[in-house]
Write a protein that binds this ligand. Structure first.
Ligand code: MRU
Length: 347
């Protein structure tokens, strides 16, 4: 059973504080958007699909005490809430598409009383959550077809249940392969600076009795050279219409290495992680985070005073390094521009 990362429970958002894992499994019950905003900023809750779900529930919290007497005033308040939540993290498109979906839901309900609109908003947020569950299961089924018995798989960051509603994307594929009886071995890249691979991915895989080995990020090339990696599966924070993919910093270097060593490199993501308004990955906004995350490890300073650090949270993997993109609609292969359009039924 995968871990319930985020849930709406009796008027509150309950989520796991991921900054405490793996040492402590602690839930936060959140009833106001300031707490939620801080949780997103500090990565207590993280991972593209989970951010979308959190933002949708956040909208519900943000307008629930609205005293707006008419639709216009309610819309004004809603827009303020959406702007605020949208300023939390810039890269994962799921956050913005969920916020837009919530705004559109309200627009469609203009004729209804404010109380009714609030109920409709909650229903929409729950729908976003439920749809993510279905998407993760479906894409995992497709992705598992690419895994053979005894495959040795490399992954980066965390694209498991903790990053989604349930089950995960890149890890969902691995869970599914294991459920189908495939004997697999996984290497998890630790993922500096915040160590999502070391802290979260290994924890999730171990809970499911999957053979997992932790490596430092700089060990990947050597493992590939030794032919100890058969396939690479990663998640995505935003995929442009030509297939260029933003994911955790370090993903691009794995893709370059994979090309050199002739290892298939797969991106796994639900349709909610695609931004078809963007022609290519150059236009994806990359979050720059506090230097402290690089200058410290788990709150302990590791570099001398006065040293500065560079800390982009994501990089963009160019589409020609990606062997296939696995979605709930099926497996998309190059040429991506055409085939993404086909899968999304845009042609
Ligand atoms: O900064 P994070 O931890 O939110 O970044 C998460 C990732 O990059 C994941 O790999 C990505 O969101 C895919 S999640 C299914």
């Amino acid at each position: 059973m995968s871990i319930p990362t985020i849930k709406w429970i009796k008027g509150k958002i309950r989520f796991i504080d991921q900054t405490r894992l793996p040492l402590e499994l602690r839930y936060i019950y959140c009833k106001d958007i300031n707490t939620l905003y801080e949780a997103i900023k500090t990565m207590k809750i993280r991972g593209a699909p989970a951010l979308g779900i959190a933002a949708a529930f956040g909208v519900v919290l943000g307008v629930e005490n609205s005293k707006a007497k008419n639709f216009k005033d309610f819309m004004k308040q809603l827009n303020r809430v959406i702007k605020y939540l949208g300023s939390s993290r810039p890269t994962a498109v799921n956050l913005f598409s969920a916020l837009e979906r919530m705004r559109e839901t309200v627009r469609q309900s203009q004729k209804l009383p404010v109380k009714k609109i609030k109920n409709i908003l909650l229903k929409e947020a729950i729908k976003i959550f439920e749809q993510d569950r279905v998407m993760c299961r479906r894409l995992s089924q497709y992705g598992s077809r690419l895994i053979k018995n005894k495959d040795k798989i490399l992954t980066i960051c965390n694209a498991g249940a903790l990053a989604t509603s349930d089950y995960g994307t890149a890890l969902g594929v691995i869970f599914r392969a294991k459920e189908e009886g495939k004997n697999i071995k996984v290497y998890a890249s630790e993922t500096r600076p915040l160590l999502q691979g070391a802290r979260l991915t290994t924890w999730e895989l171990k809970r499911e009795n999957i053979d997992v080995t932790l490596i430092c990020d700089n060990m990947a090339a050597s493992l590939m050279k030794q032919r100890r990696i058969d396939k690479i599966f990663v998640g995505a924070d935003r995929i442009a219409s030509n297939g260029d993919t933003a994911n955790k910093i370090g993903t691009y270097s794995l893709a370059v290495l994979a090309k050199y060593h002739n290892i298939p490199f797969y991106v796994v993501a639900p349709s909610s992680s695609f931004d078809l308004n963007l022609s290519d990955g150059e236009k994806i906004p990359i979050e720059q985070r506090d230097q402290k995350e690089v200058l410290e490890i788990l709150g302990k300073r590791i570099a001398a005073k006065g040293i500065k650090a560079y800390n982009p949270a994501f990089d963009v993997t160019v589409h020609n390094l990606i062997s296939a993109i696995i979605t709930e609609f099926g497996i998309i292969r190059p040429p991506y521009k055409t085939n993404i359009k086909k899968k999304f039924k845009l042609v």
